[in-house]
Write a protein that binds this ligand. Structure first.
Ligand code: ADP
Ligand code: MG
Length: 457
């Protein structure tokens, strides 16, 4: 099925074609025709499945008719983070280039003046984070009486971030007669309630979540003591062959401390956390994308919105509290055609969280012993360790047999990045013709992976 079969306009098809998408993803196939028919919709699909274009594309055609009025946006898209909001805006720019749509972005950390000016002229599309929108509301800078289309994107993340009351407040100020779209990777009960309250007879499009995480990701669990984690990590970064790595921490203070410590050890490292101003976060992320640094320490929330994919390594410095976050985090790895590696440092205290993750993925994460590691009693290495072998990535060892796979002494520590052929870049330029790529989670760009099947209701 092609984009042309979905009922989109010629101009839009041209813009899509030029952007390099050749085929709609399952969520796009399922959602676009219904959205064009002005139906309410709940779209459930994991991260990286193309949910953004599933609403941006039909919205461009819907909004292509009619005009905006001063201070009254015609549509509103709510995003949990500034980065995600910025990405949605980029999508409107890219695909809306043959339409004359006006847009405003209302996000924290950015000067409000220009945003307010844009609003006063009237916009077709308002993209906002709930906090900033509520702020402008209270100053009477904005009216939503004419806003007939509402998108609640990344609803489960909104829930995690405590935005549900804001969303309820915002939604109740919109006209009752409107179209509402809700997208989420998961549907926990509070999101189901939200949908029941603010959507009317929605069509539900659910793209099946794979039972396990991506097969292209080799997962490992390194059991260590809490006070040894930094040593273990440093050791790992020195001995593991990696192109680039995102290191996830559960708290922003850990991000800061770990960043400082790695920097002091001479690594080419950057950091992204929720306390940083928007421009600083973007600048740091750009350095990572440009390969000026090859290690990025991040918190879940800060990394959530970043369009990172295809990093060679994801390292969980902390076991995530939410099993879903584990899938999101490791979904950043798994390069086209190559295996990604996801390494999780765990302490005895993390046993429950690890068990939850394994329950969700249906897989036991292979335990490995790492040089600087003192394995906890129950994870102890066999008395006689197997001889050091070159790591074999294709077949991870059985869960019960720890193997000193991270003890390789070469290559030497990677401090500064060497120039690398751009063809290896994680994010292909949108215009480059796409080669067939294997199924990947969290940012795949190629043909439809087999594991994605759509069920319509
Ligand atoms: P989600 O919101 O579901 O997490 P995104 O909308 O951010 O996913 O899309 C993930 C990635 O997939 C983006 O890099 C996007 O450009 C790409 N993508 C989306 N739709 C397609 C498509 N039809 N063909 C190829 N790549 C796509
Ligand atoms: Mg999204």
């Amino acid at each position: 099925m092609s984009f042309a079969d979905l009922g989109l306009s010629e101009e839009l098809l041209r813009a899509i074609d030029e952007s390099g998408y050749t085929e709609p993803t399952p969520i796009q196939r399922g959602a676009i025709p219904s959205v064009l028919m002005n139906r309410d919709l709940v779209g459930i699909a994991q991260t990286g499945t193309g949910k953004t274009a599933a609403f941006v594309l039909p919205m461009i055609d819907i909004l292509g008719h009619g005009r905006s009025r001063a201070r009254m946006p015609r549509s509103l898209i709510l995003e949990p983070t500034r980065e995600l909001a910025a990405q949605v805006a980029e999508n409107f720019e890219k695909y809306g280039k043959y339409h004359k749509l006006s847009m405003a972005l209302l996000i924290g950390g950015v000067q409000m003046g220009d945003q307010v000016k844009a609003l006063e002229k009237g916009v077709d599309v308002l993209i906002a984070t709930p906090g900033r929108l509520m702020d402008l509301f209270s100053r009477g800078k904005i009216m939503l009486n004419d806003c007939n289309l509402l998108v609640i994107d990344e609803a489960d993340r909104m829930l995690d971030m405590g935005f549900i009351p804001d969303i309820e407040e915002i939604a109740s100020r919109l006209p009752k007669q409107r179209q509402t779209l809700l997208f989420s990777a998961t549907m926990p009960p509070p999101i189901q309630k939200l949908a029941a309250k603010f959507l009317s007879e929605p069509k539900t499009i659910e793209v099946a979540r794979p039972a396990t995480a991506n097969v292209n990701i080799e997962q490992r669990l390194v059991v260590t003591r809490g006070d040894k984690k930094r040593d273990v990590l440093r050791d790992l970064l020195r001995h593991e062959e990696f192109k680039n790595a995102i290191i996830f921490c559960n708290r922003k203070t850990t991000v800061r401390e770990l960043y400082t410590s790695l920097k002091r050890s001479g690594f080419a490292v950057g950091q992204i956390h929720g306390d940083m101003e928007q421009p600083a976060r973007i600048a740091e992320f750009d350095r990572f994308k440009r390969d000026e640094i090859n290690i990025l320490v991040a918190s879940d929330v800060a990394a959530r919105g970043l369009d990172v994919k295809g990093v060679s390594h994801v390292i969980n410095f902390d076991v995530p509290w939410q099993p879903d976050d584990y899938i999101h985090r490791i979904g950043r790895t798994g390069r086209a055609g190559a295996q990604g590696i996801a390494i999780t440092l765990a302490t005895k205290e993390d046993a429950e969280a690890v068990a939850q993750i394994e329950k969700l993925t249906g897989l036991k994460i292979p335990r490995v012993v790492q040089a600087a590691t003192e394995p906890a009693a129950e994870e102890a290495a066999p008395a006689e360790r197997p001889r050091r072998e070159r790591r074999e990535r294709k077949s991870p060892p059985a869960a019960a047999q720890p193997e000193p796979r991270l003890e390789r002494t070469e290559p030497p520590p990677r401090r500064q990045r060497e120039p690398e052929p751009t063809a290896e870049r994680a994010e292909p330029s949108p215009r480059r013709p796409r080669e067939p790529e294997p199924a990947e989670e969290g940012g795949w760009n190629g043909p439809l992976p087999d594991f994605l099947s759509v069920s319509l209701s």
